[in-house]
Structure formats: structure tokens, C-alpha cells
Design a protein around this ligand. Sequence first.
Ligand code: PGA
Length: 255
Amino acid sequence: MRRLLIAGNWKMNCGPYDAAELLEGLKAKKSEVNENVDVLVCPPFVSIGMAVKYLYDTDIQVGAQNLHFEENGAFTGEISGSMLTESGCNYVIIGHSERRQYFGETDETVNQRTKKALEHKLAPIICVGESLSQRKADEHYDLVKDQITNALNGVSAEEVLDIVIAYEPIWAIGTGETASPEQAQEMHEHIRNVVANLYSQDAADSINILYGGSMKPANAQELLSQADVDGGLIGGASLDADSFSEIITIAEELA
Ligand code: PGA
């Protein structure tokens, strides 16, 4: 039985002061979480320390939004896997569409980052998903299959058990548009089949596949009730303690 994972992606929001306020609110509402649900917040790098400090006595874990694929050295502006584990992270988001769109992230760098995260025992949350034009051209299934196949190139059958995949249709991110529960389920099932074909049905059955794209309290129940939707990667609604904790409560009721 898969546990549900509710992950907040704060994106470029909340420096340490705002983070402290948001974390206070979240802690007041949800410091204990049902054992069948994992909860995670991914603040910007500069607020990771604040989050770890605030959340150490709660069931809420801390992750990062990116990592570099080299170990250390002359890579100005980058953050390594060991820095993240040392800071208290146990997850890292990789290949978010905003990074692919604005910062030159490719399937190849997603693969390099994934392998580096696994080396450091950081669970990679690998983001995949299509644009509206790709969906209209009926390319979305092939595209997502390629994104996953490339991201997992060289990842062993043992390592794959630690990965999380987030399906984030680009047309639903930050737009208020959501994939319908049926659209989400269809793609999640496809993703699980891709993993089954690459590895095994057991591996596919054990990994978490999250939905991302305007998940909020009003639609979380329908989305999280789908057989292959194992949680959410939540942007906007994770910046509000009430909304985020409401989504966690919905997940607890379903778990
Ligand atoms: P959103 O973002 O919930 O604001 O649409 C989701 C994401 O990009 O992870």
C-alpha cells in the first residue's frame, strides 16, 4: 500500500522571515500527521535552515527545489547534494517545468541530477509533463514516456524504489486550470506502466506518483481519490498555511 505524499513547492517565495511566519502557521495546524501520509515543504535554499529548525519536532519534512550534479568546486551559484543533506533535506525536486523553460534544464541534466540526488540519499521528485500544444497534438504520452526514460537512464532497480515522479501538466501550473481527475488518472497510469516496462511491476507499484498543477483544497479530494494519484506537488496553495493543511487533512482522510 503506497503512502500519500503532500509536498509544497514554495518556488521563489518566502525568505527566512516570511518562511518563519508560514511555518508557524503550518505547525500550529499540522505538526502531527497520520502515519500513512508524508508531508514535505520545499523552500528556497536560503530558508531551508529556518524550515529545518521550525519543523524538527513535527512530522513535516524538508526538501529543496534543485541540486547541482557535481560534488563541489568552481560552480558559482550552485548547491550540491551533500550541502542539502547536511542542511537537513531528504527530498529534492528535479526538472520542474519552470527550470526546463527558463534555466536550460534538459532531460540529460535531469538525469545527472537524479543520479546525484540518489547518491546522497535524497529522494528525487522528478517532474514531467506536457504543454498545452503538445497535448493538443496528442504528443503528451510519448513525451512523458521519453522524459521518464531519459531521467532514469542508469538508475538501478534498487535505486528506482526511492524516486518520486510528479506529473505536472504545464498548462495547469499556476494557471488555476487543473487536469480533470480522469486526465490525471490516465497519465498517472501511463507513468506507472512506463516504470513497469523499464523495471518491474513491483517497482512501479511501489513508487509515488504526484499530481501537480493548481491542486487546492477544492479539488484535492477528487484528484487524490484516483487510483494512481499518490499525492500532490503543490505550488500556490502551499504558501497558505490554511490551504496546505486542509489538503493534508484531505489526504489523511483518504489514506
Ligand atoms: P501550482 O504549482 O500548484 O501553483 O500550480 C505546482 C508546481 O509547479 O509545483
